[in-house]
Design a protein around this ligand. Sequence first.
Ligand code: GLC
Length: 754
Amino acid sequence: MNLEIAGNVQGFKQQDGILTIKTAEAEARVYIYSPTIIRVSISKNFNPDDPSFAVIRQPLADFDFDESSANIDITTPALKLSIQKSPLRFNFFTAAGNSLSEDDARFGTNWQGERVICYRRLFEGERFIGLGEKTGNLDRRSAAYVNWNTDAPNHTPESDPLYKTFPFFIGLHSGLTYGLFLDNTHKSYFDFGASTDEETSWFGADGGDLNYYFFGAQGVAKIIEDYTWLTGRMEMPPLWSLGYQQCRWSYMSADEVLNIAQTFRKKQIPADVVYCDIDYMDDFKIFTWNKKTFPKPKQMLDKLKAMDFKLVTIVDPGIKVEEGYKEYDEGIEQDYFAKYPDGENYTGYVWPGRCHFPDFFREEVREWWGAAFTALTQPGVEGFWNDMNEPAAWGQNIPWIVKFGDKFMPEVRNAYGMQMARATYDGTRKIMGNKRPFVLTRAAYSGTQRYSAVWTGDNTGTDAHMLLGQRLVNSLGITGMSFIGVDIGGFSGNPTPELMVRWNSLGVYTPMFRNHAIQGSKMREPWEWGKNNEQIIKKDIEQRYKLLPYLYSSFYQSTQTGLPVSRTLAIEHSFDGNVFDERFQNEFMFGDAILVTPVESTKLTEDVYLPQGSWYRLSSDKFYEGEQIVNVQAPLTDLPVFVKAGGIIPMQSVVQSTNEKGDGILRIHIWNGREANSFIYYEDDGVSYDYEQGVYYKRVISFNPIEKSLSLSLVEGSFKSRFMQLRFVLHGFDGVKLQEEIVENKNGEIEVKL
Ligand code: GLC
């Protein structure tokens, strides 16, 4: 095997916003997207189309640079890229000249066959966060990862790769932050000093270009904002999808589905969603219903609707090979399936047996797939669960010679699930008129947040998996994914009742709150755990519903800034070593104000770390100064959850579903603090896209500790709030009479003296 190096710069030119640099072996192109985003792409053989599944922005049309005998320097108001000519190296600095990230002076970028790798300098004390759905520690220093979307049943807290590819990480060193996104769908590699002498980190891919976006903003939140500006942000989800979701592989008949929904209502345990896993279909044929067990889908959906329940149905990519089955016949006729180079359709085995796989990389295939959802939307389904889209085939080894679009499987495998989710989202959005579809996908690539929520696949019912799940959620949040769930209780195995209760209490603070279990496991619904536990689970689910106004506003924040709903403490406290301590690394902020500390089900007290600021325990208002480790009670009835001093949390009364109005009072809770704080409250109809036309209700709630006041700004938008009245609930204001005054929710400015 030859080693080919990039070599020395032989010439360069700038045209159409691209600085092209030539060496004997390769070419590099540099683009500027914003003062904090620079793209570098190095190749021996550029694809003239320059495709990207992830990036939705265009580079600037022009930029300046300076040349000296040794370097070509590009300076933006925030960043300096110094390109060394001999040999070619790319080194990034802050505007003030501090080094952010550098090529390894010895190796830079080079090739072994088609595999391209960039070796970089590892800084002293440098930490790494990100890469999305990756096991291991929050700090990825000394670990190595592979991106290769994989159906990973029975994965362990160490397994790699899992289902998704997000080749984006953030580096932290010397009090500085930078981000790097390798936009390449081939099998890719990231090594954060796992097996070197602490001098080198490296990343690269099995083929394609060494095409990366460098983010130089200071502050992790700002880098996330830039990364999601580049790759897109999620839309407002349908409000119902933020309620409690009950799933199982499978509720086997319409009667069973209805019975589950009825039981929630009878027991007055709030819930919004029930699922149909693969058994609702006729012989696992996608877009069909089993005529015996689900004979009248519309009738079932009408009954669910009358109970304020939504149904989510699963769809897998594998189309059963069976003449007379509409999707098979159409796919064959129109030539819509992935193929071998000789034109033969690729066949793999999945649930239905022999299957062909739609080629979601082609627009006409995506349109065909999207339109087929009428079989589900006509009876009234509004949620679409995209599974097995790594893509999975039994044996997990689709031949590398299979073609998707004009590419072989290894070149685009990592984007297949994303393209399926895109087809599902585009198609259902079109056929559902003005209603928001809910799309959920297992496999994903950077940018998937534009189309779909994700969940973390087939976990196991153990404490270690509960904690791993939280780490995955927190890490996915760094890479633009905000709407994330884990199978609460664990997909495989049978959790103990204690674990089920504990996991459910953590689910309250998980962006997508879904209980799911494998075929053959014990039933998992809230009433399956004994009377006492049922009450605890019910109370926790009620807490989720109370928090919905806060949660919906937190999702709005994700749509605007890309900041995730569940945030590792490393986002705000990036240089606080305790945050990365293995004891505390699973802790996270849920929105701006709530800090959650996951605790194993076997522990009834726990050491938790409270970062800078001061804190109140949510359940008791007990006060703690920050920057200390405290040992707290953690009974199964009371997961340790804290509110930041100055925190503002709008809540509502307990409702049984998001469709219920409740008592019409918005309770604005505020915890006393030394610093001013504000919260952007957002509301809309929760169902339609009217908010895009200004039909929303948005106002800023501000707390001013000096003036001792709480104020609400003028309302922006034309939506009329569901809440007719406001109530202010004060916490930690010694000497102030607990004010529970009710105020009319008027659109003008409102000020309350505390
Ligand atoms: C896969 C999914 C799981 C689903 C099952 C049956 O294992 O990850 O969630 O229940 O397939 O469809």
